[in-house]
Ligand binder design. Structure first.
Ligand code: SAH
Length: 350
């Protein structure tokens, strides 16, 4: 069986040729899979019975082999979370959100994570492996399959789930380029966001690619020691350099960089921190997204109260930094990075 999910059209045509299937069949299969989210050859109605059988006996489609272990719907009515089991038994999380402009999806790029940010649930168990390009795409297409009855489709993608996308560069950007193609999802690069903890070589490669993909940087602290404490990656790639490289990205691509800043009570949430942050980002093509920390029980930290959050935002805005507070979604369904998978794995061990 040859796995064909995620193959480019020209590669699919080649594979089909080997078993005597004409090129137009590849185009038809492409439409069924990537435009209609159909993963069962027997449902591809414009294909002859003989060719359908040939397809089924020679080829497989990954989405049909993925188990949805859990599917949770938040009480907010707009956030859904999937826990998927991959072929080797590894588990990943995907979040689907319904905004007024359409559906957006938050995909994982790795099974677990090795960055060990001290507030994050994904890294608690380390990184098992990177996802393949097909496994990144499968998260989008499982959602599209769920949405197709209501004529819905994922319109935006953020690579902000578990894992560090820059450490799986080829597969992450390969998947995004695939989704951009007219023959598949025809998704604009402007509707895609890649979030990194600040892996400089990855940001530079992204600059060389020069697609208008949105870049988000997880900053979370602007004091050297504190950032290293919260995010050990700061030792290898100090945040001041990261801001410099990200500014270069903004210059080359014309896209504004978003800085994510989690507020953790009594850690990084003072007005002095806000002032420092504003100083670092002044005159940059950048905005700030404030995220009240999602408490991860294993870490024991809390989020600040509403007043303190508001003060932090006010300092930024008074210093001419465009800052917004991230709307919370899906807290009741463990929608913070890695929490659902952790709880699932913990349950398995009991
Ligand atoms: N490795 C990438 C992408 C995954 S993390 C990165 O670091 O950007 C996606 C975002 O969720 C990051 O900004 C991360 O810092 C944030 N995050 C992780 N744990 C969180 C928590 N407990 N509360 C709020 N945000 C969290």
């Amino acid at each position: 069986m040859v796995e064909i999910f995620g193959l480019e059209l020209d590669k699919l045509i080649e594979e089909f040729k080997k078993v005597g299937l004409p090129a137009f069949r590849a185009k038809q299969v492409f439409q069924w899979v990537y435009q209609k989210a159909v993963f069962d050859f027997s449902q591809m109605r414009n294909i002859s019975k003989a060719d359908m059988e040939k397809l089924a006996s020679n080829f497989s489609l990954l989405p049909a082999k993925i188990k949805v272990l859990q599917e949770l719907q938040s009480q907010d009515g707009i956030t859904g979370k999937f826990l998927l089991e991959l072929e080797d038994g590894a588990t990943v999380e995907t979040v689907l959100m319904h905004h007024d402009y359409g559906y957006s999806i938050c995909v994982s790029s790795q099974v677990g994570c090795d960055m060990h940010c001290s507030f994050c649930a994904s890294g608690l168990l380390g990184c098992v492996r990177s996802l393949t390009k097909a496994e990144i795409l499968v998260q989008v297409y499982i959602c599209n399959n769920r949405l197709k009855d209501g004529n819905g489709k994922v319109a935006r993608i953020v690579v902000m789930g578990s894992g560090e996308p820059m450490l799986n560069f080829d597969n992450v950007f390969g998947a995004l380029e695939f989704l951009h193609s007219e023959d598949t999802a025809n998704m604009s690069y402007r509707n895609m966001t890649v979030s990194t903890c600040g892996v400089i070589p990855g940001i530079k490669r992204m600059t060389e690619l020069n697609h208008p993909i949105n870049l988000a940087i997880s900053l979370h602290a602007v004091r050297e020691n504190l950032r290293t404490e919260l995010m050990p990656v700061n030792k290898a790639y100090p945040f001041v350099w990261v801001i410099g490289v990200a500014e270069e990205y903004a210059k080359v691509t014309g896209r504004e960089v978003t800085y994510e800043y989690i507020l953790i009570k009594d850690k990084n949430d003072s007005q002095e921190d806000a002032k420092l942050l504003a100083n670092f980002l002044k005159f940059k093509h950048a905005s700030v997204n404030i995220i009240p920390a999602n408490p991860v029980p294993e870490h024991g930290w809390e989020r600040p109260g509403a007043m303190r959050i508001d003060k932090f935002l006010t300092v930024l805005n008074n210093n001419h930094i465009n800052a917004t507070l991230r709307k919370e979604m899906g807290t009741d369904i463990n929608a913070a990075c890695g929490q659902l998978r952790n709880n699932y794995l913990k349950g398995k061990k009991l």
